[in-house]
Design a protein around this ligand. Structure first.
Ligand SMILES: C[S@@+](CC[C@H](N)C(=O)[O-])C[C@H]1O[C@@H](n2cnc3c(N)ncnc32)[C@H](O)[C@@H]1O
Length: 372
């Protein structure tokens, strides 16, 4: 990734994506000669590659919210002989009238992190949509096909990272601080819960519930986090101030915000404990669950049981299947928590976990839903 534009606070707000990711996403989009393609988030180079793929009979539109990015893309495309690419300045949350061709695009490639998928209507039936969709803190580059008005994933998920969506579709963080502890809890798709009452629970040593499930030192377990997010009501991501004075968690969550659940004044969180060096010397860890507060051990057992369920039934699965349906087509949910359903603004996302008998599940197989 090469940064091309920064916000006044130093954040990268535009970049040229890594070539391997551009190639993977273009391949997943299955672009053919004659296709009409929309790229959301412009740069120029990727749109030029798309123009090569669709050929003279096809058409490419690239759209960016930032007039400076759109101007640069227009100039670079023109200088390199790609005047036929249509560059549009707009917020992708509201595609301007006239941008969507009759019958919809054959492919929409989203190159900016997105929490929702408001583009189902812009896609032709059978068309492809590739997007880095935000599900509980991770962005998964997901390839979907539109079928009967809904999007269905059919490719392995890749954990990836783009710059954040701006404008009306920007992700609004639901991050709450537990007073005096340096601990922050974030909610994504469910209703954020109160957190002030957790401060006393975090002041005490936690109970530790063992799972007997292991993970290698550098093995990603983002699929487990996604599974827990869908399985457990009150799920949230937990992180600590890296240099706060009130570090109450030992060990603190590493690298990524950890998985946690809130149960009134109690909390449980997923941690790993080193139990050996592993075959490759990079460490072998056991998933353990720390429980805080009067009911912390009960919450920890609830989470540990879901870790074991994932191990027994889903860890060996190639990948979960993701379906996105327009919210307008879905019946209102009966309860706040429908297992493995994430309610967004425009869509309802359902995650289906294929069952793979435990004999086929490999304890140390990283699976295909791996970070890259
Ligand atoms: C990673 S860059 C695009 C990279 C480019 N497609 C490439 O492959 O080189 C993401 C772009 O998305 C744009 N963007 C952010 N929010 C947007 C929105 N709501 N609508 C349209 N573009 C947006 C940013 O201005 C930024 O230029």
């Amino acid at each position: 990734m090469i940064p091309t534009r920064h916000a006044p606070d130093g954040r990268v707000i535009s970049s040229v994506s890594a070539p391997w990711l551009q190639a993977d996403m273009l391949e997943a989009a299955r672009i053919r000669p004659g296709h009409r393609v929309l790229e959301i988030g412009s740069g120029g180079y990727n749109a030029a590659l798309m123009a090569e793929l669709v050929g003279p009979a096809g058409h490419v539109t690239t759209l960016d919210i930032d007039p400076a990015v759109a101007e640069r893309a227009t100039r670079l495309l023109s200088e390199n002989g790609y005047d036929q690419v249509h560059v549009v300045t707009a917020d992708a949350e509201h595609l301007p009238t006239g941008v969507v061709p009759n019958g919809g695009f054959d492919a929409v490639v989203v190159t900016v992190d997105t929490w929702d998928l408001p583009w189902i209507d812009a896609l032709a039936e059978g068309g492809r949509l590739i997007a880095p969709l935000r599900l509980y803190g991770y962005h998964w580059a997901i390839g979907f096909t539109r079928d009967n008005g809904a999007l269905h994933s059919d490719e392995p998920l890749i954990v990836c990272g783009f710059v954040a969506m701006q404008g009306d579709g920007a992700w609004q963080t639901n991050r709450r601080a537990v007073p005096g502890t340096g601990v922050h809890l974030s909610w994504e798709d469910g209703t954020p819960l109160p957190v002030d009452q957790l401060a006393p629970a975090l002041a005490y040593e936690p109970t530790v519930t063992r799972t007997n499930i292991t993970v290698r030192g550098q093995e990603p377990f983002d699929a487990l986090t996604l599974y827990l997010a869908g399985a457990l009501p009150g799920f949230c991501r937990l992180e600590v101030d890296p240099d706060g004075d009130n570090q109450v968690l030992n060990p603190p969550p590493q690298h990524w915000p950890g998985a946690a659940i809130v149960r009134g004044p109690s909390l449980a969180r997923l941690a790993t404990e080193r139990i050996g060096d592993g075959d490759d010397g990079k460490g072998l860890y056991e998933f353990v669950v720390h429980g805080h507060g009067a009911q912390g051990d009960v919450a920890a057992q609830e989470m540990a049981e879901q870790v074991r369920h994932w191990q027994r039934n889903h860890r060996g699965a190639r990948c979960p299947l993701i379906t996105a349906r327009p919210t307008a087509d879905c019946a209102p949910a009966d309860t706040d928590h429908e297992p493995h359903v994430f309610a967004k603004k425009h869509t309802r996302i359902t995650v289906d976990w294929p069952i793979v008998p435990s004999s086929a599940a490999q304890l140390t197989d990283p699976g295909s839903c791996s970070a890259r």
